[in-house]
Design a protein around this ligand. Structure first.
Ligand code: NDP
Length: 295
């Protein structure tokens, strides 16, 4: 336990799985941690570990210079922080909002904070609860750099990687949205694949090592595609869209022959076919990024 953390304090609002993980990591690092949650009782284990439980959100935010909020969405954040007593108690204090929502909601939250004298940083957590308090945790932030620097010692108590993405307040939420886009479409593909494989008599455990092989080729592909998209180079002789659309159709046909909904792959194939229809059949699938981005 560092002396700095012994002297520092934080309030955590929201004790769902993620809020509990955050509060637990602060406690483990020796940070004086005050907690509050809409539904009482979720703090029992944290209190046994040394957390300070209070009866209202205004008492919670008044207990520390820094309040970390982590609830389901910004409607829930607003419902807590925009009560008159809470807003008054927050004046001059800092909120780090680690709740996930849209860039638009991040801008609104910052505007509200500025109008009420609340110092505000937006942020997002990119890894699951089990990573919190370990080197595997990934946290991103945006907003005033001096505020980030000021509270970094307490945030560091969460362990993991912390990145300030810039002063533009909506930047962390924008990264979050892009990364969730990757994650959930990949998870939709994986779960669909498990259903099709099962229909073909292959168990999830049997497929898993090969699925991991597919995952392992992605980092290099992501990096290469990023460079090509930024450079507007869409050539891909090794894997042209005409060939890609054909392999996608095989998945759709096999899936639907088993009566399994192929909607996710149909959407992907539709994007490939649109690109082919516009004359890009000889290019790579990443032409889709450019086509979707046209307004
Ligand atoms: P949830 O997203 O289910 O959020 C649960 C928390 O939100 C509880 O504290 C709950 O309070 C509170 N809440 C819900 N509705 C309201 C409301 N109307 N008013 C006040 N509080 C409300 O679970 P998590 O804790 O897992 O997630 C919290 C945030 O962290 C989310 O934005 C999520 O996207 C993000 N996140 C979560 C990850 C994870 O692995 N779990 C990974 C990365 C990010 P109550 O107990 O009273 O219902």
């Amino acid at each position: 336990m560092s002396q700095q953390n012994e002297q520092s304090s934080v309030t955590v609002i929201g004790l769902g799985p993620m809020g509990r993980a955050l509060a637990g990591a602060f406690l483990d690092a020796g940070v004086r941690t005050t907690v509050w949650n809409r539904t009482p009782g979720r703090d029992r284990e944290l209190v046994e570990r040394g957390a300070i439980s209070v009866g209202s959100p205004e008492e919670a935010v008044a207990a520390s210079g820094l309040t970390v909020v982590c609830v389901v969405n910004y409607d829930a954040v607003d419902g807590i922080l925009r009560r008159d007593a809470v807003t008054a108690a927050l004046k001059g204090r800092t909120v780090v909002n680690l709740t996930a929502d849209t860039p638009h909601r991040a801008r609104e939250a910052a505007q509200w904070a500025a109008e009420h004298g609340v110092r505000y940083l937006d942020g997002a957590i990119m890894t699951p609860t089990v990573t919190i308090g370990t080197p595997a945790g990934v946290f991103i932030y945006s907003g005033p750099a001096d505020l980030y620097d000021e509270h970094r010692p307490v945030l560091d108590a969460l362990s993991g990687t912390h990145t300030h993405l810039g002063e533009k307040i909506c930047r962390a939420a924008a990264y979050d949205i892009a990364l969730l886009d990757i994650f959930w479409t990949a998870m939709a593909g994986y779960n669909h694949a498990l259903a099709v494989a099962r229909a073909e008599g292959i168990t999830a455990r049997e497929l898993a090592p090969f699925a991991q092989g597919i995952g392992a080729i992605l980092p290099a592909i992501f990096e290469g595609v990023a460079e090509e998209v930024d450079d507007e180079n869409f050539s891909d002789e090794g894997s042209p869209l005409t060939s890609t659309a054909s392999t996608m159709a095989h998945v759709i046909h096999t899936s639907e022959a088993h009566g399994i909904d192929a909607g996710v792959m149909r959407a992907a194939e539709g994007l490939a076919r649109q690109a082919i229809g516009r004359g890009y059949g000889g290019e790579g699938f990443h032409r889709v990024a450019e086509l979707l981005g046209r307004r």
